[in-house]
Design a binder for this molecule. Sequence first.
Ligand code: ADP
Ligand code: ADP
Length: 223
Amino acid sequence: MLKIENLTHIYPNGTRALDSVSLEVPPGMFGLLGPNGAGKSTLMRTIATLQVPTSGVIRFDEIDVLATPDALRRTLGYLPQDFGVYPRVSAFDMLDHLAVLKGYANRGERRDVVGALLNQVNLWTVRNKAVAGFSGGMRQRFGIAQALIGQPRLIIVDEPTAGLDPEESNRFLNLLSEVAENIVVIFSTHIVQDIADLCQNAAIIAGGRIISRGSPQKLVEQV
Ligand code: ADP
Ligand code: ADP
């Protein structure tokens, strides 16, 4: 369970991007819906320990996230809005390298782990191609595989469907919902339809405040 209490973030220029945000997120898929500038990325980066908030508390299971960010990082998978890729490195080699960084020392074990992930996100057949040449949908699915290395219990995904067509979006969200079976997965979006079908829970953020939360069905009726 992820618990956020009274999280406020004021940027140095005075913008109050998060205004006393409180949320409880149980395991499963959680959709954070909000328009541009609502504070979604700020919230995602803050939970992912990439940004220190002005005030507030974040707890994930037994971890006090703001006091011990390293403890969270060990169990976090984060997929930012735009992630960089090396121009010529293959999907397999990128995942293999990440697996090394995550502590998989044994080459054979890495081959198994990376192969299973590539199968899971349906990219096994293109494993030797450069990620830089992937379509938007393929790239986002690759992003899930990246985020899953090291068996995280919390996955944060910032606007994953931006730039994808409806079919690619659907495919991506279906995959994410399979991943979310036993862990906490939060994704942000500005598209109402994205939260309608597959999320167990959702919230709407606007102007840095949570203005509504509950079942996706209930929220979709409100917008
Ligand atoms: P409503 O949405 O009409 O407020 P709920 O039953 O969803 O009714 O909420 C009851 C109370 O629990 C409210 O005070 C609400 O702020 C709080 N609450 C509901 N969901 C959450 C959540 N995910 N995180 C934190 N507090 C919540
Ligand atoms: P979203 O992801 O929902 O589009 P953001 O979290 O990116 O929202 O932005 C929330 C608010 O904070 C916006 O008003 C945005 O302009 C502002 N903001 C974001 N990043 C910065 C920053 N580094 N400095 C100042 N203001 C920022």
